[in-house]
Write a new protein. Structure first.
Ligand code: FAD
Length: 283
């Protein structure tokens, strides 16, 4: 049994979080409701974010765009701004669950739930997104590299709420690709890879980002792969050598796949993502 609360403002929500012991926020309910059903989560209070003002928006600035925490995944899927400014996210979002779950599921809910295989989390790791949080002491920003702490664990405190994420722009004309392997369409990925590349006028890679989801307890940036790409002219040998760095990932093994299999998937998906990003960057 829990009490239900329906605040109208962020300030009211933060006040409730501070005053109510053992409370949980409800966004789209696509992860929380199953957790309640299975008694995996047993809150005394559920605080519904669906009527809180100001959390559902996609807005733009010169160098970044912002997605409010309560923005539905389906709205991201159809956003022209996002297709233009972050095609990587546009490519990843249709892989998040099913049309029905994306109609209700929110960007903030997915990121706060922090499943290591969640596509939106992997995109945020690749793009160096910044997370805006509010708690009893006001607002603070957390970079993606510090937000995901481990399996379903983030840097947010229990009395804090995720307000929005900001995704900084990559140079126009950059290459991107999101690749994943899931047992069935709509399932969480066993492993995924998100790549971003910028290629200079001389054909050499000037900037690279590779994030792998589902392999470890949180999305991972593979710095060694990025270092092996920057300064290189694109070639199958270079892509293969860069992707091979994923072999060193400290992968998790579970009922879905052993660690060795996840490492192998990471190498293959990283190579495919880099190749596709390269071909898109080179026109
Ligand atoms: C059949 C099915 C398939 C799915 N497949 C995938 C998949 O392939 N990939 C994938 O990524 N996801 C998948 N999901 C999960 C889905 O994306 C969820 O929408 C998402 O994980 C949670 O978002 P939500 O808005 O529903 O949040 P909720 O379920 O309402 O909340 C999830 C958690 O986040 C917390 N929370 C929510 N909003 C905030 C906030 N603003 N600040 C702080 N904490 C907050 C809640 O307290 C709760 O702990 C699937 C779900 C289902 C049911």
């Amino acid at each position: 049994m829990f009490s239900y609360h329906s605040p109208a403002t962020v300030a009211e929500t933060v006040g409730l979080l501070a005053s109510l012991e053992n409370s949980m926020l409800l966004a789209g309910g696509q992860s929380l409701m199953p957790m309640l059903n299975m008694r995996y989560a047993q809150p005394d209070h559920v605080i519904d974010l669906n009527h809180v003002d100001g959390l559902d928006h996609i807005s733009e600035d010169a160098d970044w765009f912002e997605i409010g925490a309560m923005t539905r995944q389906r709205d991201v899927e159809f956003s022209r701004e996002i297709k233009r400014r972050c095609p990587l996210l546009a490519e990843a979002i249709p892989l998040v669950g099913h049309r029905q779950t994306r109609n209700r599921g929110t960007v903030g809910g997915s990121l706060s739930h922090s499943d290591p295989a969640a596509e939106i989390s992997t995109v945020c790791a690749a793009t160096d997104a910044v997370f805006r949080i509010q708690g009893p002491n006001g607002e603070r920003d957390i970079p993606a590299a510090e937000f995901f702490l481990g399996f379903m664990t983030t840097a947010m405190e229990l009395d804090e709420i995720l307000l929005s994420i900001r995704i900084p722009d990559w140079e126009s004309g950059h290459g991107y690709a999101f690749q994943e392997f899931a047992r069935r369409h709509g399932d969480f990925a066993i492993v995924s890879a998100a790549a971003l590349l910028t290629v200079g006028a001389d054909g050499r890679i000037t900037k690279a980002s590779l994030a792998v989801g589902g392999a470890g307890p949180a999305p991972l940036r593979i710095a060694e792969t990025e270092a092996r790409l920057v300064g290189q002219p694109g070639s199958p040998e270079c892509f293969e050598a860069a992707a091979e760095a994923c072999r060193e990932i400290e992968a998790i093994g579970d009922v879905h796949a052993p660690a060795d299999y996840r490492r192998q998937l990471a190498v293959v998906l990283a190579r495919r993502a880099i190749e596709t990003a390269w071909s898109r960057a080179s026109g």
